[in-house]
Design a protein around this ligand. Structure first.
Ligand code: HEC
Length: 229
């Protein structure tokens, strides 16, 4: 009997086993993850994660279209790495952090800092440990940074996204969103630089990035379960 009769069944078996290990097993373990919540005295509070909506969701599309993920990751590794010491998060990220993201933008390299928690209070308001970026990183900072990174981070090698902004003539009062720029970057008198809808959405997306909520599987438990008497 020729041995070719074994070829196709063996090939099929190889595919079936690989599919089982690489696709079916992870999907059956993680595919049905749901948000977690803190249960305080029977009240469901702080559901996490929640799906992004509105401007933040649009900003995510802009983030992907602009290729920000080619330089920025959005994944914090555990104590086996230096990620937490670098201040990129208070805990590692886990599968549940990404359940509403299709696809998750984990990033391809880390030429710039990880952005997993760039919207968290801690990140925005505690810049004193960061000698590179000593100012509070609020909305105005983020817009100015996108427009011309070197305007806020002296030696930044992040590219400028000035094409997401528009120079226009001031009619009446200056716009509230107009960038406040140093003299060498300021537009000519009577003109202002304002963010496009895409730039505004992008900054809303950055402000929404906060994966620091406690999750049991990340080794951080929020509140001790109330003791029922
Ligand atoms: C070529 C690589 C590169 C690309 C592409 C890039 N960045 Fe950056 N980014 C950097 C580097 C390097 C830094 C660190 C220096 C600095 O803060 O400017 C940085 C810093 C940042 C920071 C400041 C983080 C902090 O510590 O507060 C934000 C926010 C940011 N980038 C957002 C973006 C967004 C949004 C995009 C896409 C529109 C983008 N970056 C595209 C390289 C890049």
């Amino acid at each position: 009997m020729s041995r070719s009769g074994f070829f196709f069944p063996s090939l099929l078996a190889c595919f079936a086993v690989s599919f089982g290990i690489a696709v079916y097993a992870p999907h059956s373990q993680l595919g049905a993850l749901v948000p977690s919540f803190k249960d305080e005295d029977g009240l469901i509070t702080d559901v996490y994660p929640v799906a992004q909506g509105g401007n933040a969701a649009t900003g995510r599309e802009v983030y992907i279209a602009q290729g920000c993920q080619s330089c920025h990751s959005q994944v914090v590794r555990g104590n086996e790495s230096a990620d937490i010491d670098r201040g990129w998060g208070v805990r590692r990220t886990v599968a549940r952090d990404y359940i509403f993201e299709a696809p998750p933008v984990l990033g391809a390299s880390r030429i710039g800092p990880d952005l997993t928690n760039v919207g968290s209070e801690k990140w925005r308001n505690e810049p004193e440990n960061d000698t590179l970026r000593p100012e509070k990183r609020d909305r105005a900072w983020q817009l100015k940074h996108l427009y011309y990174p070197k305007a806020v981070v002296k030696d930044s090698n992040m590219p400028s996204y000035a094409y997401l902004f528009e120079e226009r003539k001031i009619s009446g009062h200056p716009s509230t969103d107009a960038l406040v720029l140093p003299a060498n970057l300021a537009p000519k008198a009577g003109f202002e630089i304002v963010p496009s809808a895409d730039a505004k959405a992008l900054v809303s997306y950055l402000a929404s990035l906060n994966r620091s909520s406690p999750l049991k599987e990340a080794g951080v438990i929020a509140v001790a379960a109330p003791v029922k008497k």
